[in-house]
Ligand binder design. Structure first.
Ligand SMILES: [Zn+2]
Length: 342
């Protein structure tokens, strides 16, 4: 992009109430069959228009065609039995009933490629498309087949790479892998997590990104954050190795977060999507609050590598709030853009 400080969102945006129950994760669809297919496409048009009206530069599908950022991708794979459920601890934080890996995992056909092609047909703006990362995928499953987190992650990385290459061919400009699990399992991240992520992105000529956050603004996450102390230094464990990796961009959380801003220095050379919008509150940031975060980040990121962004996805927020936050992000970025060009 030629524009300085191009804005983007981390991932999900609220769905219209006629498509799915608002302000809910794993919200069931309200339509079926052909109506659901059409409804999802209409929702894609709506979130694209919302982003354009707010002045967002790099647009996304807002995850309108998926129920959940991890589950929906896995639902399309063979080898995972969604009827056979076990309770496991997700991200070392909360227990959930999850599907079981019962055999070799494989992808019979593309999962999101048609959706990406549809979005590409609607706009000439750069498109960012999010996929779950291999480590975050294995963390939401019970594995009764491979019996090795690492082995299963490598299998998912291979599958994700097939999907990512097809997304690229469909016109996606940035493929992003969501790896909130990178903020928890530091030993595994450094042993094989980043290597598996590179495998998922292997051979891509488009931009590649990884999103590492402190999660949606749901109770399990806000409770967890309360236990993390005055300074959140989780990024310090993974950034050094990530800096040396082949992944081009890193999306991280900064607004209202206790992450010391100087940890971004550990990524020097990478493009950084700086979270300047808090997704855990319905209070809409002022443009000046957004600008303040961006100014702080500019001490550690070169201006041509800074992408103003949201902390995480906004799916659980009311639409009015999400729309206000998108506009604040744009307005805040514009303040700093003018300062830089002055
Ligand atoms: Zn996130």
């Amino acid at each position: 992009m030629n524009k300085l400080l191009p804005t983007a969102t981390a991932g999900s945006l609220p769905k219209p109430s006629w498509l799915a129950q608002p302000e809910t994760l794993w919200s069931p669809w309200k339509l079926q069959g052909e109506e659901l297919v059409e409804g999802k496409q209409d929702a894609l048009r709506v979130v694209l228009t919302d982003q354009q009206q707010a002045g967002i530069d790099i647009v996304s599908d807002g995850e309108q065609t998926r129920q959940h950022f991890v589950t929906t991708f896995i639902e399309h794979l063979d080898g995972v039995d969604f009827q056979k459920r076990e309770t496991v601890r997700i991200r070392d934080r909360y227990d959930a009933s999850v599907p079981t890996v019962v055999g070799a995992v494989s992808r019979q056909k593309p999962v999101f490629v048609e959706d990406a092609r549809f979005l590409r047909g609607l706009t000439d703006q750069p498109i960012k498309w999010a996929l779950p990362g291999p480590m975050t995928m294995i963390d939401t499953l019970y594995d009764a087949h491979y019996k090795s987190r690492e082995k299963l992650a490598w299998e998912f990385a291979r599958i994700l790479n097939d999907e990512a290459r097809e997304l690229e061919a469909a016109g996606v400009d940035i493929v992003q892998f969501d790896e909130p699990a990178f903020n928890v399992f530091f030993d595994e991240v450094n042993d094989w997590g980043i290597a598996a992520l590179e495998r998922a992105a292997e051979g891509l000529r488009c931009e590649t990104a990884v999103h590492i956050c402190y999660g949606y603004g749901i109770k399990a996450n806000t409770d967890w954050k309360k236990t993390l102390g005055a300074e959140w230094r989780q990024y310090e464990e993974v950034f050094p190795k990530l800096q040396k990796s082949s992944i081009g961009m890193v999306s991280l959380e900064c607004q209202h977060s206790r992450v010391p801003m100087d940890l971004i220095e550990l990524l020097r050379g990478k493009k950084v999507m700086v979270g300047a919008i808090d997704v855990a509150t319905e209070v809409i940031e002022t443009p000046e609050e957004v600008a303040d975060i961006l100014r702080q980040a500019l001490r550690f990121v070169d201006a041509d590598k800074l992408y103003p962004c949201t902390n995480c996805g906004m799916a659980p927020l009311p639409r009015r709030v999400a729309q206000g936050k998108l506009s604040a992000l744009s307005a805040g970025a514009e303040i700093v853009r003018r300062e830089l060009s002055a």
